[in-house]
Design a protein around this ligand. Structure first.
Ligand code: SF4
Length: 323
């Protein structure tokens, strides 16, 4: 039995079904889900996907929103460039129509080869190969091959029929069975798995060269006054582009009254150590004073959300620091 045959049979019996973006050919819904699923697990994506569809039921509605609104709804899902690109792509799609092949879908902002292929398979039934991180792990282990040979292999393995079930099956296999610590006992391709036979599961796929992640340090100047806080919008490029954060440059006038607990946050390429500083003073002409409630619902990254959540506990109702 071929690899594809095994994967298809397994998906029908054991794969994930009834996910909110399954059972449709609507390219908008499929595109939205595939973008959200990049680097994020299904469980975390579902509520965001449902909220997005409720607010923007069509690509036209998404294109008509402001980037700030989209980022606000994206807030907490991480990798915010995805939210910005989603909005940019929606505008482009409204102008030119939805691209209908993997090759043209890959031209949309924020869409790589594998995501484009997944959209083309699920929306149009195209015979295109995917190769996201999960699928790389499955193929690399099953065939004992490393990175550069994986795309041609993924292409060769494509079945002639049931592309949707096969593609979904590969995704499910990588996410639920061939995990970092795999559950080989339930794997449909275990009988011919090279990594399993040769004891190379831990080696495959070849780990990326490990480097210690560089550490960046910043200060956040945190002002609380009469139930409001001062936030600045970040430039659209760079980390947390377009989101609202505490000022990182010391505004004037400003008197630091207390150091708050340090916050550590990890990115793919570096670690960020944030020293929040509770300040008094009322700088004008900088950022926006927002009600604490309103700020918590704005387009803000997770560390800002967490700190806003904790602030009422560490600051008195009148806004002065607790002694
Ligand atoms: Fe992955 Fe184990 Fe299946 Fe091999 S047998 S593909 S290592 S789950």
């Amino acid at each position: 039995m071929s690899f594809a045959h095994n994967v298809i049979g397994w998906q029908r019996q054991h794969g994930r079904r009834n996910l909110p973006w399954q059972g449709t050919r609507d390219p908008y819904r499929i595109w939205l889900s595939e973008v959200m699923l990049q680097q994020t697990q299904v469980r975390a994506v579902i509520p965001y996907y449902e909220r997005f569809l409720a607010r923007y039921p069509t690509v036209k509605a998404l294109a008509a929103a402001s980037e700030d609104e989209v980022l606000q709804l994206w807030s907490g899902l991480g990798y915010y460039a995805r939210g910005r690109n989603l909005h940019k792509a929606a505008v482009e799609i409204c102008r030119n129509g939805f691209p209908s092949t993997a090759e043209t879908i890959a031209q949309l902002p924020g869409i790589g080869r594998s995501t484009a292929a997944a959209i083309a398979v699920f929306a149009y039934g195209e015979r295109a190969a995917i190769l996201d991180g999960n699928v790389k792990r499955v193929l690399s282990r099953r065939y004992g091959v490393i990175d550069k040979d994986l795309w041609p292999l993924a292409q060769r393995l494509l079945p002639k029929r049931d592309l949707e079930t096969y593609t979904q099956g590969l995704m499910d296999l990588g996410a639920t069975v061939c995990k970092r610590v795999p559950e080989c006992g339930t794997c449909p391709v275990k009988a011919r798995c090279v990594a399993r036979k040769t004891g190379r599961i831990a080696e495959l796929p070849a780990p990326r060269a490990k480097k210690g992640l560089p550490l960046k340090q910043v200060s956040w100047f945190v002002f609380i006054h009469q139930g409001r806080t001062l936030l600045e919008r970040r430039p659209s490029s760079g980390i947390w582009g377009g989101l609202w954060c505490f000022p990182e440059r010391r505004p004037s006038p400003c008197r630091v009254t207390r150091k708050l607990p340090v916050i550590e946050h990890g990115f793919t390429h570096f670690r960020l150590r944030i020293q929040p500083l509770l300040c008094s003073g009322g700088p004008a002409g900088l950022g926006l004073w927002m009600d604490l409630d309103h700020a918590g619902r704005a387009a803000i990254p997770t560390p800002v959300r967490n700190l806003l959540h904790d602030l009422p506990r560490i600051v008195t109702p009148r806004g002065g620091p607790r002694r």
